[in-house]
Design a protein around this ligand. Structure first.
Ligand code: SAM
Ligand code: SF4
Ligand code: SF4
Length: 340
């Protein structure tokens, strides 16, 4: 495993290594577990254009994060492919000294239009979210009646553009846990690593309850009833998914177990919201604006000091503490805004 070297560590000795950037809080889906359409309707106060960071502002702030130890950037949202000229952001990011990896998480529907230009701009890999292979079920999960076809077409476009592809499947008990094996079989031999994500209590609107979580152990027990499963080593410190391989096929898969097996002690991620605030946890209630001081003319040095200050005081470990917190009592930021 790679050795950590960082200039900056938080109160729990975690270095700053990853940055997730939400480039928009809007989405063409209304997934029930993320942006339920009853809440994210036409009256929802989405950010307007002047509130969003510009492409140059995103690249400028990313350079500062890189100076403080960030090596990996993930572009997310909302649906990041809704952002115009995303390729300009990618190409700016790919020229930053010290950034070794740029990835993008997407629902995939706009990849047929955009995969080639993203690859050309320097993107190496995408994670495409797909929770079901059944048109009707998928349409009801994404809240827009959109079938599986556009997402599969997006995956194919990404492959053809030469992008590495991973697949995220959010698993919710009695909603889609019966499709885990079907998904493994569907993507077997494709080289696309499947990652199963436990249903999380992000935001305030997805009506989360522990009873609806299909936990890591449940996922593994189910897969082991069909295949022989080997545990793989972590690629690097702070990797979100635990990795496994199916012996019979050689296919790798991962599980992201924020609920049943928290990984806060190795969490090296900062998040930059679409309007330029830094958040130090997915479940945070408050961020610190970098956009406002930047627009008021602060120098890079002053902005660096702000980021350092935030990271040095960071003590978040929400998933470890979840058991003791009354979820209803903590008001959190929506995932589409802060970046999944
Ligand atoms: N729109 C893009 C997409 O869906 O891939 C990027 C943003 S989305 C917020 C990022 C990831 O978060 C997706 O894979 C989605 O399934 C996951 N996600 C959203 N809400 C979740 C929840 N409540 N529990 C678990 N995963 C969730
Ligand atoms: Fe949109 Fe992604 Fe959230 Fe679904 S999970 S509503 S695609 S941001
Ligand atoms: Fe990191 Fe917060 Fe998730 Fe823990 S709960 S792993 S600190 S984002």
């Amino acid at each position: 495993m790679e050795k950590i070297q960082s200039l900056l560590t938080d109160t729990l000795q975690r270095p700053l290594r990853d940055l997730r950037i939400s480039v928009t809080d809007r989405c063409n889906f209304r997934c029930t577990y993320c942006m339920p359409k009853e809440v994210f309707d036409k009256n929802y106060p989405f950010l307007n254009k002047s509130q969003l960071l510009t492409n140059n502002e995103i690249v400028r702030l990313s350079k500062l994060f890189a100076q403080l130890g960030v090596k990996k950037i993930r572009i997310t949202g909302g649906e990041p492919l809704l952002r115009k000229n995303l390729n300009e952001i990618i190409s700016g990011l790919s020229r930053i000294n010290g950034i070794e990896d740029i990835a993008l998480t997407t629902n995939g529907t706009l990849l047929p239009k955009k995969a080639k230009e993203l690859k050309k701009a320097g993107l190496k890999r995408v994670t495409v979210s797909l929770d079901s292979l059944d048109n009707e079920r998928f349409g009801s999960i994404n809240g827009q009646g959109i079938g599986v076809g556009p997402v599969l077409a997006g995956i194919q476009a990404a492959e053809e553009a030469g992008l590495e592809v991973k697949i995220n499947m959010m698993v919710k008990k009695s909603v889609n846990d019966d499709e885990i094996i079907k998904m493994i079989e569907h993507f077997s031999g494709s080289g696309h690593v499947l990652r199963f994500i436990e249903f999380m209590d992000v935001g305030n609107s997805n009506d989360w309850s522990l009873r609806q979580v299909f936990a890591k152990k449940d996922i593994l027990d189910l897969i082991k009833r069909h295949f022989t499963v080997e545990v793989l080593d972590q690629h690097y410190f702070g990797e979100v998914a635990t990795r496994f391989r199916i012996k019979e096929t050689g296919d790798e898969f991962g599980i992201i177990s924020s609920i049943s097996d928290a990984f806060c002690s190795s969490c090296t991620r900062a998040r930059l919201s679409a309007d330029g605030s830094i958040y130090t946890c997915l479940f945070a209630s408050q961020g610190t604006s970098l956009r406002n001081p930047m627009r008021n003319g602060e120098s890079d040095e002053m902005l660096l000091d702000r980021i350092k200050e935030v990271w040095l005081h960071r003590s978040d470990q929400y998933s470890e503490e979840r058991k003791n917190i009354q979820p209803a009592k903590k008001r959190k930021i929506e995932m589409s805004y802060i970046g999944g």
